[in-house]
Design a protein around this ligand. Structure first.
Ligand code: ATP
Ligand code: MG
Length: 448
């Protein structure tokens, strides 16, 4: 490939030749000394001329089986075999080292963890950063928040000055590793809740696991903490050596949400500003307050940040409002669920319509208390006034009582929705990803 074309494409990787990467990673270089890779790719199908394909082992596939394919597309290869251009002893470790080198290019890094609301908070902060900061912001795409997604995101850092990254985990030690790589200037925890209880070993384990982010804040950095969360004191003590900024409805919060009739105000340093979001549901206020605290910690003006956040639209499966061909309005929250997120979404449904129909699927990864938590959710629906409960989970049905509409699968629920809903009805559909509750309505979607 002519060098001029390579130079033109050099947007995603630092300008380093393969031989320099080999030196920095302690890898063996087998050929093409002066080649300058432009992007890093995990999937050979995505490769083009000048890319670096990283052959990773793991899951059901071994990336080394796709080396020929990547080469045929013009890519160089980093992997653990002698036929790779850059040979390393562990491809994932090498990729992570590359990411650490790219991290050094960034001047200001925000990392967000928590049991819920990470992606939403990241999107809100990203909108504010894009509107208010002069240089482009590097941000997590989709849900690339784990040991692969975080390095792959960091590797995109070149010309950007700031980054907003989501860190996800389902067991202890994971955030420790990710935050150690990311070295945030601002570290935020949205909240701790009953998600991945099996992997974390209960709620106390979740609090501890999410708190790991606080051990990696850069000198002079800021911890952004949720004052409404019962774990606030634990996290504040863990981040004792750092500057802190709290958010929440609690009167002592630095960035505080205040109810104002049907709407919300934000209070900070004696100022009160209106907060209007395109995202529905009071739980989104928590995410917005967290995002605003991150913006304040990053030196942005509160009013500009609020303005930018008001434009952010809900994503598919996360509280999006859809019209069904039956005439009913759907709150599509089918992306995921846990007991706390279920309660928040049910409150949202009932605030729209006291007769709202709750269509609930199973919640996964809840460990030993799973049965009890499902029964409690059914009972909660009864207590809070849900009149019609449709579910594919017998435990939720049992908790609700004999008049629950219980079905064996999502296909049967779809039949019920078609036959029993119409104009004026409101439905909430929610369940864990594995329950694939979107199948209940995918045939009936008309639009937003
Ligand atoms: P994941 O762990 O899958 O990456 P996430 O932490 O990125 O999730 P989001 O994608 O922002 O979270 O939201 C996913 C779902 O979590 C939402 O659809 C909603 O049901 C629930 N949720 C988000 N924020 C809150 C909150 N503050 N309180 C309660 N539930 C929430
Ligand atoms: Mg996410």
């Amino acid at each position: 490939m002519p060098r001029s074309r390579v130079a033109h494409w050099m947007v995603w990787m630092l300008e380093r030749s393969l031989s320099r990467w080999a030196r920095e990673l302690g890898a063996t270089l087998h050929q093409v000394e002066s080649a300058m890779p432009r992007r890093v790719m995990m999937n050979s199908v995505d490769c083009g001329p000048g890319d670096l394909f990283v052959a990773l082992r793991g899951g059901q596939r071994d990336g080394h089986d796709f080396i020929d394919d990547a080469r045929a597309r013009g890519a160089w290869v980093m992997g653990e075999r002698a036929d790779c251009d850059l040979q390393v002893s562990d491809s994932l470790v090498a990729l992570t080292k590359m990411a650490a080198i790219h991290r050094r290019e960034l001047k200001w890094v925000v990392a967000i963890t928590g049991s819920m609301g990470k992606t939403t908070t990241r999107r809100l902060v990203q909108a504010a950063f894009n509107a208010c900061m002069p240089k482009p912001t590097l941000a997590t795409q989709g849900n690339y928040n784990n040991h692969l997604g975080v390095p792959l995101t960091l590797i995109r850092a070149t010309r950007e000055s700031q980054a907003v990254l989501e860190l996800g985990a389902n067991h202890q030690g994971e955030i420790d590793q990710l935050a150690g790589l990311v070295r945030p200037n601002v570290a935020a925890i949205t909240l701790a809740g009953p998600a991945h209880l099996d992997g974390f070993g209960g709620l106390a384990g979740v609090v501890k696991g999410k708190g790991e982010i606080l051990d990696h804040i850069e000198p002079g950095g800021i911890a952004v903490l949720n004052r409404d969360d019962s774990a606030y004191g634990i996290w504040a003590a863990r981040a004792d050596a750092c500057n802190q900024l709290s958010f929440g409805l609690d009167v002592a919060s630095d960035v505080r949400g205040v109810r104002d009739g049907d709407g919300w105000l934000v209070e900070h340093q004696g100022r009160r500003l209106g907060l209007v979001l395109a995202l529905e549901g009071d739980h989104q206020i928590t995410n917005a307050l967290c995002a605003l605290a991150i913006c304040v910690a990053s030196g942005l003006a509160l009013d500009d940040s609020i303005q930018a956040m008001s434009e952010v639209q809900p994503e598919a499966g996360r509280g999006q409002y859809l019209r069904l061909s039956t005439g009913a309005t759907l709150i599509d929250d089918s992306y995921n669920a846990n007991p706390q997120a279920m309660r928040a979404a049910i409150a949202q449904l009932l605030s729209q319509s006291p007769k709202g129909i709750a269509v609930l699927g199973s919640m996964y990864e809840l460990g030993q208390s799973a049965d009890q938590l499902h029964r409690e959710l059914g009972a909660y629906c009864r207590t809070i006034g849900v009149q019609t409960l449709v579910t594919t989970d017998p435990r939720i049905a049992q908790g609700f009582g004999a008049d629950a509409q219980e079905f064996a699968d999502t296909g049967a629920v779809a039949g019920w929705i078609e036959a029993h809903t119409g104009a004026g009805d409101w439905l909430l559909v929610k369940g864990s990803r594995g329950a694939r509750m979107e199948r209940c309505f995918s045939d009936f979607i008309q639009g937003e």
